[in-house]
Write a protein that binds this ligand. Structure first.
Ligand code: CA
Length: 389
């Protein structure tokens, strides 16, 4: 009991210390913001009553227990549901997308693929109030406090310009918001008003959001009319150059024995690099500057590949044909949901079966793997999915 009271007392004193720290930190943020041209009145109005959200710091520090294999990442981001929804949206917004192609020279399939990967076509854009999340990260973050301070100031500028009301600025803990998941500084640089109402609204205006994505890709070096690349076959024992940034003319790849999957000659691409996302024993791709433009959106090759492959599937082309070097395939969101239902049927509490894999589902998978005599990975893969059939 004594120990309990003591720990409560410690918690209360830690909380009041944090709160005092936050108040003085916010005062410093105010000087930085007004120094950058934000009015004190805007700062005070938006920041009034804000308490730190320490969950943001937990999320910043959260190290995933293992790196997501690329086949898991792609299986959820480019699944049949995302393809069919994307194709329906391309139909629905055909004339808008044609005007965006005209204005920015970026094809509709790439724009809609970014939309699908970033926010699941506007369905998932994050619920954290940006001024709260960004001020917490700027005051208590274990790293990059200046970056978050800059993003908070950009957020206040967006509000001050009247582009978006403060209450609309909800997004991820790191400040990405709206259909396109731009962070506030990217918004200030690259968002456009495409519906002509005088405001750049990436939260409620699909024309503004999709045109802003096209603008981003264009400004990242998009080559109008060119492909991102395609899947290729690499000769066995190949020991030549590889890597996204190690680009050669397509003829040079042909002379190194690289062919299309059906064995025909590689052609019709600007300079390309040979991407081997899972090493020599997995799928291989020649990738152009348009792949790099997708990479610029979010600096991960797996991300750029998700955008590229989804854009192909939206065009009606096949996805990746070569098998990944694993005997335990990744699951689509629909399959993840079925896996959760199978775990629930076995008596596990995994929360609502929604296809999102959180700590409860991982723990249940580990437990059931042990019962089935399988290695305990906690990973939602094809083997445990099939074993619970
Ligand atoms: Ca607008």
């Amino acid at each position: 009991m004594r120990a309990f009271s003591l720990s409560v007392a410690l918690l209360i004193s830690a909380a009041s210390a944090a709160s005092a720290d936050f108040a003085s930190c916010v005062a410093n943020l105010r000087s930085a913001a007004t120094g950058a041209g934000v009015s004190g009145a805007t700062f005070d109005r938006v920041m009034r009553g804000i308490e730190p959200d320490m969950r943001v710091i937990e999320l910043m520090q959260n190290q995933p227990e293992f790196k997501t294999p690329i086949w898991d990442y792609l299986a959820t981001l480019v699944d049949d549901q995302k393809v069919s929804e994307g194709r329906a949206l391309i139909q629905q917004h055909a004339s808008l997308l044609a005007r965006i192609e005209q204005a920015y020279g970026v094809d509709r399939h790439a724009v809609v693929a970014v939309w699908g990967v970033e926010s699941d076509y506007g369905n998932i854009s994050g619920g954290r109030f940006l001024p709260q999340a960004l001020s917490t990260a700027a005051c208590f973050g274990p790293r990059r406090r200046e970056f978050f301070r800059g993003e908070l100031i950009s957020t206040l500028k967006i509000i001050e310009r009247g582009d978006l009301a403060a209450e609309k600025l909800r997004g991820s803990w790191a400040g990405a918001f709206g259909h396109t998941q731009f962070i506030p500084s990217t918004y200030l640089r690259l968002a456009v008003d495409f519906d002509g109402d005088g405001r750049r609204d990436l939260v409620d205006s699909i024309p503004d959001a999709l045109a802003s994505t096209a603008n981003y890709l264009k400004r990242s070096g998009w080559i109008t009319g060119a492909s991102w690349g395609y899947e290729v076959k690499v000769p066995s024992g190949y020991s030549g150059p590889s890597g996204r940034t190690n680009k050669s003319p397509v003829d040079a790849w042909a002379s190194r024995g690289i062919t299309r999957l059906d064995g025909s000659a590689v052609s019709g691409l600007p300079a390309a690099g040979l991407l081997l996302p899972a090493g020599r024993n997995g799928p291989a791709f020649l990738v152009t500057r348009n792949f790099d433009a997708a990479y610029a959106y979010n600096a991960a090759e797996s991300y750029a590949l998700a955008i590229s492959v989804l854009s192909d599937r939206l065009r009606g082309r096949p996805g990746i044909r070569t098998a990944w070097p694993t005997d335990d395939r990744g699951l689509s969101r629909a399959e993840r949901k079925i896996l959760q239902e199978r775990l629930i049927a076995r008596g596990y509490d995994v929360g609502k079966p929604d296809g999102a894999i959180g700590p409860l589902t991982r723990a249940a998978i580990k437990d059931v793997e042990a019962k089935l005599g399988m290695p305990q990975t906690g990973r939602p893969g094809g083997k445990v999915f099939d074993a619970l059939r």
